[in-house]
Design a protein around this ligand. Structure first.
Ligand SMILES: [Zn+2]
Length: 165
C-alpha cells in the first residue's frame, strides 16, 4: 500500500479507504488463512520529518481452534491503528510492512473458536475436572474423526510441494 507524498495535502490529512489483496499480510506464516481482502480506512498526514497514519484495518481470517481443533473464522480488527514513519527523503512510503506487523500482533497466539463470544467451544472442560477425567476426555476426542481431519489439514498446509529443508 504505497502512498505518494504528493497526494497528501499541506497541513491536512489524506483519507484513503478501500481493499487490498490480503496476500501482502503473509498470514499463512501465522497459521491463519485470510478470507477476503484486507480492508482499511486511514487518515494520512505529514508531521516534522515523518508521515503518520491512523485509522482502521480489518481482515477476516480462518484459524483452527486450539481446543476443539475445528476451523473457524474471525474478524481481526484494529480500530486504533496508528503508525509514524520517518521519511528520509522518500517520495513514496509503503505502509504494507507496518500493517502486516500490526495484523500479526493482533492474531491470537492460541486461537479459540469462542473468541468472538457468539459461539461456545464444544471442547469445554468441566471446571472441577480431575486430571484423570481430563485425560479420558482427551482420549475421547482423539477418537473423533473431526480431530484427525483437522490435524491432517494442518499437516498438509504448505502444499507447494517443495521439500522441507
Ligand atoms: Zn473450539
Amino acid at each position: 500500500m504505497k502512498i505518494s507524498l504528493r497526494q497528501i495535502p499541506q497541513g491536512d490529512t489524506l483519507h484513503i479507504e478501500g481493499e487490498e489483496d490480503s496476500s501482502v499480510l503473509e498470514l499463512e506464516e501465522a497459521n491463519a488463512a485470510p478470507v477476503g481482502p484486507l480492508r482499511y480506512a486511514l487518515d494520512i498526514g505529514l508531521s516534522e520529518g515523518g508521515l503518520f497514519a491512523t485509522g482502521r484495518i480489518a481482515q477476516r481470517v480462518r484459524m483452527t481452534c486450539v481446543a476443539c481443533l475445528e476451523p473457524f473464522e474471525e474478524e481481526i480488527v484494529s480500530d486504533r491503528f496508528a503508525i509514524q514513519i520517518e521519511l528520509e527523503g522518500n517520495e513514496t512510503v509503503d505502509l504494507t510492512p507496518e500493517i502486516r506487523e500490526d495484523m500479526h500482533l493482533l492474531l491470537p497466539a492460541h486461537p479459540r473458536c469462542d473468541l468472538g463470544g457468539e459461539k461456545i467451544c464444544p471442547a469445554q472442560f468441566p471446571r472441577d475436572a480431575s486430571y484423570s477425567s481430563v485425560q479420558t476426555t482427551l482420549l475421547e476426542w482423539a477418537g473423533r474423526p473431526a480431530v484427525w481431519a483437522a490435524l491432517d489439514k494442518l499437516n498438509t498446509l504448505p502444499s507447494d510441494g517443495s521439500p522441507k529443508t
